[in-house]
Design a protein around this ligand. Structure first.
Ligand code: PHE
Length: 538
């Protein structure tokens, strides 16, 4: 599988073409921009917006009755369900196995303990104020996640997902020869200048030599040449390098005009295959601008947890041990302080990942049980490397962004916060390749890979690290889910409630591995549940 910048699997065309559920502010924005004729409206903009449940929707007899809902999981989906249902006066209780909200939306900070399913515990030794997002780390403009940040007052800042100064690095591997640029780190800007330059040269030559005459009118052929000249920065129809790729000697005062380097040959550039990585930042969900909450991704779940009433509504350290649907309600058993307790509710919203939920005793239908067994946990993880000096900024002028490699680290992420500060945390891999390595070996291997790009300072200036392997997180068992063979009957099954229990989470959306999927799924379930309550009470 090809890896793209910091991304273990490529975004498919289908996944965004079939995406549904632009809601609220976003669809209103699309609508108004369309009215202004600013751009063509994607079909999805026609999707009706979400209206939070309101007590006014319920008949008098049901208002204030406080329908009880037990929500399993205080991750993004569970907290959103509690938050939206709470707006209409539902009496929500959230059970969370961990000692914190957020689920996979985890920010790792000093003092945090990570205990994996092998029983290995790591303690985060970062300095106070240093952190990295071990789960979700970037938010696209169009995701509902930003609407929640606005509504909850969570400040955001730019997440640098593409940076001209970050690097491409391809080493010879798996029998592929990357040519003279193999094992050489090249800036995005330089790779782009060279790839666009040579491809444009080819285009201009083809058009000028009449090779496109079957396809183009003479006028259009001229326009192609015009486009190629601009796109490639050509001179005389040829690419010979230019300042877009940067300087070998930077310009300065007086007569110092700077010196532009000579590009490698067209063949070397093609052989480097750097150009095959450019599509990453064209992705619907990966294009700049992108965003992150100031202070860590977990600021969103912290705000949601506070908005639903904190510990008044959420019971932490409470793993669910049984779910029993009854004709009139749901009984959920859970462990707390060494004792088994039960809670009775009118409805249940289960946001526990299917890989975990399938092992909890329930009286769900066989069809539901079979469906829960289908999705598998995606293998992914990250390591946070704290450095005593922001050498990537000081030495390399890399301010955020991702270095893309064909090594098993996939990408190296430079922090998009704390610029010009003293220390910083680099994400040294975003990959499933390290999951089965012992903790110390993860650091050792990730650092050895980074040294190939950044030299020995990558090892020498490292202060401390901590890594997460999502398949080994007891209450996640994966970074996200895969639906083997695609979203089929099992997916459809879980979109339906089993008796009085509903299922929600990013796995039940076309936005898997995005918090937006959890928000959208929770909204869908909240709407269905509310409609049912309104109809039943009538
Ligand atoms: N949302 C995650 C990321 O941006 C995982 C993902 C990658 C999901 C690419 C879809 C496409 O890294």
């Amino acid at each position: 599988m090809t890896t793209t910048a910091g991304t273990p699997h490529p975004q498919t065309r289908r996944s965004f073409l079939t995406r549904v559920g632009v809601v609220g502010g976003a669809s209103a924005l699309y609508g108004s921009m369309e009215a202004l004729g600013l751009f063509a409206t994607p079909a999805e903009a026609a999707t009706p917006g979400f209206a939070p449940p309101s007590a006014a929707d319920l008949p008098d007899s049901a208002r204030g009755r406080g329908t009880k809902v037990v929500i399993l999981g205080a991750g993004t989906a569970g907290l959103t369900a509690a938050y939206e249902l709470g707006k209409a006066g539902y009496d929500c209780t959230v059970l969370e196995a961990r000692d914190r909200p957020g689920g996979r939306a985890k920010t790792v900070r000093r003092g945090d303990r990570l205990t994996d399913t092998d029983g290995v515990t790591q303690v985060c030794r970062f300095d106070e104020g240093q952190y990295f997002n071990a789960g979700p780390a970037r938010i696209p403009n169009h995701h509902v996640t930003l609407d929640y940040c606005r509504e909850l007052g969570v400040p955001i800042e730019a997440l640098v997902n593409a940076n001209a100064e970050s690097l491409y690095f391809h080493e010879n591997t798996g029998g592929t020869d990357y040519g003279e640029l193999a094992g050489t780190a090249v800036t995005h800007r330089q790779a782009k200048a060279d790839v666009y330059g040579y491809v444009s040269e080819l285009l201009a030559q083809a058009a000028n030599q009449g090779a496109l005459d079957q396809l183009l009118t003479a006028d259009d052929a001229e326009r192609v040449v015009e486009l190629a000249n601009s796109l490639g920065g050509l001179s005389g129809g040829r690419y010979a390098g230019n300042s877009r790729r940067g300087y070998v000697d930077a310009p300065g005062a007086g007569h110092d005009a700077g010196v532009v380097g000579t590009p490698p040959s067209m063949s070397a550039i093609l052989q480097s295959r750097f150009g095959t990585r450019f599509a990453f930042e064209f992705g619907f969900d990966q294009a700049m601008m992108m965003w992150q909450p100031v202070g860590g991704m977990d600021r969103i779940s912290a705000a949601l947890a506070a908005a639903v009433g904190g510990k008044r509504r959420i019971t932490y350290n409470a793993p669910v041990t049984q779910i029993a649907n009854g004709p009139d309600g749901v009984r959920v058993s859970y462990r707390l302080n060494g004792r088994t307790r039960t809670i009775d509710a009118d409805y249940c919203v289960a946001t526990i990942p299917p890989m975990v939920l399938k092992s909890i005793p329930t009286n769900f239908s066989q069809a539901t049980k079979d469906a829960l067994a289908v999705p598998t946990g995606a293998n992914t993880g990250k390591i946070g490397l704290q450095y005593g000096r922001r050498w990537w900024e000081e030495d390399d002028k890399i301010f955020g962004g991702i270095t893309a490699t064909n090594m098993d680290v996939s990408g190296i992420w430079y922090p998009s916060s704390g610029f010009l500060g003293r220390k910083g945390v680099v994400v040294g891999y975003y990959s499933g390749s390290y999951t089965d390595l012992p903790v110390a070996a993860r650091e050792e291997r990730a650092v050895a890979q980074g040294v190939k790009i950044h030299g020995t300072r990558y090892r020498d200036e490292l202060e401390t690290s901590i890594s997460i392997a999502w398949p080994k997180e007891q209450y996640s068992l994966g970074g996200w889910v895969n639906w083997p063979g695609g979203r089929g009957a099992a997916y459809d099954q879980l979109l339906r409630p089993d008796g009085r229990t509903y299922f929600a989470g990013d796995h039940l959306s076309y936005l898997i591995a995005w918090q937006a999927g959890a928000f959208e799924s929770a909204r869908q379930v909240v709407t269905a549940l509310h409609e049912r309550v309104a109809a039943t009470a009538a």
